[in-house]
Design a protein around this ligand. Structure first.
Ligand SMILES: Nc1ncnc2c1ncn2[C@@H]1O[C@H](COP(=O)(O)OP(=O)(O)OP(=O)(O)O)[C@@H](O)[C@H]1O
Ligand SMILES: [Mg+2]
Length: 162
């Protein structure tokens, strides 16, 4: 079931839930057109992981590291990646490390590169601020993460109903 996100704040709130429930080594693959809200979602992810630094798009640096939270957050934007440079990035060190890695434009990576994690596809809905998010797991680690997101959400709802 896709989530409807009516505002940038709602997109950040979904990101916060992902950040709050992430475990070391989790990988978040963000998809969607320019301006769909991938970086906006990442702001929430970093905040949910407890990072207090302001999050900005790593379009030029390719990688921003946020280290002030309960686990390191590596925010990677491959929009400007040339295929030949992919190997120089040291991406595996991030993906296999103890942090939470968030990747925008992972489509730029060579085919066949498909580590476990969660995919989020953001799409525009209509002409205003609304977006839709579909989340899918790539493997067991991603599935376990989505289970934690669901458990955290239903916990929040239960609290609200009390
Ligand atoms: N529901 C929404 N979710 C996310 N962003 C929204 C929403 N409504 C409006 N916005 C605005 O849309 C813009 C999304 O930009 P953002 O940088 O997050 O996109 P992006 O997917 O990372 O694009 P790029 O591929 O260029 O990196 C922001 O200016 C944000 O404030
Ligand atoms: Mg972005």
């Amino acid at each position: 079931m896709p989530y409807r996100l009516n505002s940038a704040d709602e997109t950040q709130a979904l990101g916060r839930r992902l950040g709050e429930t992430a475990m070391p080594g989790d990988v978040l693959w963000l998809h969607g057109e320019l301006g769909a809200g991938k970086t906006e979602l990442t702001k929430g992810v970093a905040a949910g992981a407890g990072c207090t630094e302001p999050v900005s798009s790593p379009s030029f640096a390719l990688i921003h590291e946020y280290l002030s939270g309960r686990l390191p957050v590596y925010h990677i934007d491959l929009y400007r990646l040339e295929m030949d440079d992919a190997l120089d990035l040291g991406l595996d060190d991030y993906l296999e490390g103890e942090g939470l890695t968030v990747i925008e434009w992972g489509e730029r990576l060579p085919p066949g590169y498909f580590p476990d994690g969660v995919d989020v596809e953001l799409t525009f809905v209509g002409t205003g601020d609304a977006r839709q998010a579909a989340m899918m797991s790539r493997g067991p680690a991603g599935a376990a993460w989505l289970d934690r997101v669901t458990a955290a959400s239903s916990g929040q709802n239960a609290q609200r109903e009390r």
